[in-house]
Design a protein around this ligand. Sequence first.
Ligand SMILES: Cc1cc2nc3c(=O)[nH]c(=O)nc-3n(C[C@H](O)[C@H](O)[C@H](O)COP(=O)(O)OP(=O)(O)OC[C@H]3O[C@@H](n4cnc5c(N)ncnc54)[C@H](O)[C@@H]3O)c2cc1C
Length: 379
Amino acid sequence: MDLTFTESERAFREELAAWLAANPPGPEPVGQEEAHFGWRREWQRRLYEGGWAAVHWPAQYGGRGASVVESAIFFEELGRAGAPLPANVLGLLLAGPTIMLWGSEEQKERYLAPILSGQEIWCQGFSEPDAGSDLAAVKTRAVAEADGWRISGQKVWTSIAQHAKWCMLLARTDAQAAKHRGLTYFLLDMEQEGVTVRPLRQITGESEFNELFLDGAFVASENVLGGEGNGWKVALTTLMNERAGLAFFLQVRMRQLLEALIEQARRRERLDDPLLVDRLVGLHMRCEALRLTAYRGLTAIEKYGQPGPEGSLTKWMWSQTNQELCQLAVEVLGAQALREGAPWAYELLRSRGNTIEGGTTEILKNIVAERVLGLPKAR
Ligand SMILES: Cc1cc2nc3c(=O)[nH]c(=O)nc-3n(C[C@H](O)[C@H](O)[C@H](O)COP(=O)(O)OP(=O)(O)OC[C@H]3O[C@@H](n4cnc5c(N)ncnc54)[C@H](O)[C@@H]3O)c2cc1C
């Protein structure tokens, strides 16, 4: 891949960087979850008003029709500016593109605009207590009624469900069909009886994700996405977008953390310790390899119109490197890094989930083994 940016890509970066410099997100509320989410909501509102909420969406839906490279530049610059991800990140990156591909004209008309403006927040109801890596094993049942479906079951790990108006829900509509065939993708209204959200307290102290209980919740027929029994294919669209979108934001944030760690080591006069420097250099090289692999992944998107297995490789590399970096920070800073409320303590504790969310490392390794290295299938 040619990593030289074209004139229009450079102009895109400059325009965005200038906008971000003129519109900083304001101070981040620390330790108050509601206020923090409100801050991200406000940030999305401002991105929306500036025309930056979803650069990768086609212009007809309010985006900028940005190329994959421009979209990568967008996330790099957002990370570089220290800005947060917009509140409706699951709507912008997952629900929106899935609706654009599979939705009817009425669905596009109804759902896309409030996703873009952040008026309606979305969550992703895929995982269940016994269906995570093996997602096709979902047991949540949808039973047909005259004008829709009644849904019962339990989802878990449902991020930001406590703020969500809508849920991308995968449920079983045909218990007799083969595992992958009996699924349907629903757009579930979270504001109804029969939907209960119970926040889960994480190791960081936050409740980023939730249990979601469905007890006869109703979805009207027009809120099936992609047709009855077609849920697995529709869900794959969502999952592919999940792994592709954030790589650039995450790699920039990790580079910033590494630079902060090197600065801490310098202040403590530790940079003459060859063992420490060796580990820092190793992390530096992996950050750089990650950046280049993420750009290489764009070639697959440009060529085939969808992300290739490089997305799995970058997710695996990023999660492992981020965990090692946070661990090293604790070794450099000592007990001070583990004080309650210390930024490094948060980074260390939050990084534990990196090797689980968006596909566990073992699953990603299986994908890389099969699709990059051509090794025999695990099963
Ligand atoms: C921070 C965070 C946010 C999340 N947000 C959401 C969300 O918004 N919506 C949502 O639907 N889900 C969400 N998830 C759930 C996430 O997608 C699942 O946790 C993940 O897919 C793993 O599923 P599981 O937890 O059921 O683990 P399991 O699939 O039960 O895996 C347990 C262990 O077995 C290993 N394993 C499983 N199968 C294989 C195999 N075939 N080969 C080798 N090893 C294997 C796994 O790697 C893991 O180590 C979130 C998770 C986290 C951590």
